[in-house]
Each structure stands twice: as C-alpha cells, then as structure tokens.
Design a protein around this ligand. Structure first.
Ligand code: PBG
Length: 319
C-alpha cells in the first residue's frame, strides 16, 4: 500500500475526497444598530457585522470562491412572537437586499429561518399557555418569515427550528406568495447539543428560565430517528437537507447520505470551531491542519457541502 503514499503528487492523485472553496458555506452574523463590527469572543475571528462590514466580507468570500453564505440576524428589538424575523425592514431582509444588489447572482444567499434570535424568550417558536413551543402556531409564522426572506432576495431559506411539518408549511407559503423558485435547505437532523454554546453568544440568545431545546431538537442518542427526519423533509419538498452538528455526527451524515439523493449539507457548528481555536491559541494544535482535517472528514462522511466558520480561512489556505 505504501507505493502510492510516497510523494505528495502520488497522494494527490489517489485522494478519494477533496476540499474546494466551492464546497463551503460561511455562516455570518449581522446586527442591527451598531456602527462597528463587534468581535465575538467565543468565536475567534468571527464578528457581529454591520450592514457595511457584511457587504465587504461577502464580496471577499465570493472572490475567494466560497459558494454561499448563510445569514443570521441580531435584531435591536425582540418580542414574544419574534416579529422582526418577518418585518420587511428586519435586519436580515435589508442585508439580503444589500448583498443581492452588490453581487447579483454571483453568490448563493441563504437565510437561516428561525425565530430564536427574534423572540424575547429565546425559543425557536411561539409559546403555548403551558410554556412549551406551539408547533402549528409556529409553522404559520415560519411561512411569513420565508416569504419575507424570499422577497428580500434569498435564493434558499434554511428552516432550523425542528418543528414538525415545517418544510411542507414553508413550501406552501412560498408557492402561495409567488416564490416557487426559492429553494429550501432543511435542517433535517438537528440535535440538541452543548456544541451550540458560542453561537448563542453570537446572536445574544438566552433561553428563558434556563430552558433548553430538547422538546424539539433531536436526542444525541439517536440515528434512526435522523433518517426518518431526513425522509420526511424530502417528502415535504426539501431541495437540500442538513445534518447538524457535523463532526460529532459523522455516522448520521453517512446514514443521511444513504437515505436520500438530494444534496446533503452538514453544519460544523460554533462549538466544534471554538474548540480548535482555543487549543490552537494554547499552542496545542496546528489550526490550519486540524481545520482542514475536520472539514475534510465531514465531506468524507458524505456531506456535499459544509457550513463552517473556517470557510474563509480554508478558502484562503486552499488557494
Ligand atoms: C437556531 C440555530 C442555532 C444554530 C444555528 N441555528 C442554535 C440553536 O439551535 O440553539 C447553531 C449554530 C452553531 O452553533 O454554529 N436558529
């Protein structure tokens, strides 16, 4: 076996998996009402962007060959239903319009579709009388968010709330409001994990009363359930599906790849990124090498595209 490992050129020839900037999607945060980009302490190198700094960042990512960005908004005002998520003046809607006017169709614009950044209680949907999340009332609102994001210029909306029936409801709302061409990237198998910690700092989300999302996100113990979620989302009209987190769920990525033929994304999440940065800061790991190895492993497990905070760094180092 060692004959084909002898030189870098031989190893390149027989590599079974490759990583290219076009395989990467950069998650980006845009915050309403700030004048300067704000560094996110628990996500070194990442920022809450202003509208202007977001435009500059996406233009650079585009010139580095990154295919797509996914936007998360941090609104100035939160309320019980998360109404800034579908307001035409909401921060993500205005940012989508900025980017579309700057870059035309050169970049794929994805809008994360959820309410948690916009609700004052931090849950991904509206609450029922007992403090739980009301599934069907939330679907109604997701439809409005999808239409607002599509109208603002999103190519793809990406529902991340894990409500039952969300993909079908969003597909119906998009079609009914004249956005039949807007695609859906479903966060199909999204787990309730401790690995989202730094993300919640990035979007200023605290779940009321020390609550969690275990009543709607998946239990990390399960993989067959993920396959069922993927099949349901494809049946409801998902154009692409996602597994999240990525590195802690490589088996789930492989199972999802077997279970469907639509493009498969995986989200290398904030905690997975922050761990590598923290160890590298201490001199314990080589950041470039580990970032490459981790994201490549996600591709090898079966993901076609990877959402990762390393997108820019990898695109620069892969040139
Ligand atoms: C919810 C959402 C979350 C992430 C993406 N979308 C957080 C959550 O479910 O609590 C996490 C992403 C990351 O950790 O990088 N809108």
């Amino acid at each position: 076996m060692r004959r084909l490992r002898r030189t870098a050129a031989l190893r390149r020839l027989v590599a079974e998996t490759r990583l290219h900037p076009a395989d990467l999607i950069a998650p980006l945060f845009v915050r309403e009402g700030i004048d300067e980009p704000a560094p996110i302490v628990s996500l070194p190198g990442q920022f809450q962007h202003t509208r202007a700094s977001l435009r500059a960042e996406v233009a650079e990512l585009c010139s580095l060959g990154v295919s797509a960005v996914v936007l998360f908004g941090v609104p100035e005002r939160k309320d019980a239903s998360g109404s800034e998520a579908w307001s035409p003046d909401g921060i993500v809607q205005v940012a989508l319009a900025d980017l579309r006017s700057d870059l035309g169709d050169d970049v794929v614009l994805i809008a994360d579709l959820c309410l948690d950044e916009y609700t004052d209680h931090g849950h991904c949907g509206v609450l029922d009388g007992a403090g739980g999340v009301d599934n069907d009332a939330t679907l109604e609102l997701y439809g409005q968010v999808a239409a607002a994001q599509a109208a603002a210029g999103a190519d793809i909306v990406a529902p991340s709330g894990m409500m039952d029936g969300q993909v079908g409801a969003i597909r119906g709302a998009l079609d009914d409001s004249g956005f039949a061409e807007t695609a859906i990237l479903a966060y199909a198998a999204k787990y309730a994990t401790a690995l989202y910690g730094p993300f919640r700092d990035a979007v200023d989300v605290t779940i009321a009363g020390g609550g969690d999302r275990r009543a709607y996100q998946q239990d990390v113990a399960n993989v067959r359930e993920a396959v069922a979620e993927v099949r349901l989302d494809v049946a409801e009209g998902a154009d692409m599906v996602m597994v999240k987190p990525a590195l802690a769920h490589l088996d789930v990525i492989a199972a999802a790849r077997q279970a469907c033929d639509v493009p498969l994304a995986a989200y290398h999440v904030s905690g997975e990124y922050a761990m590598v940065c923290a160890a590298a800061e201490r001199g314990w790991l080589d950041l470039d090498a580990v970032a490459y190895e981790h994201v490549l492993a996600v591709r090898r497990a079966g993901a076609d595209v990877v959402l990762t905070y390393f997108a820019r760094h990898l695109a620069e180092t892969l040139q």
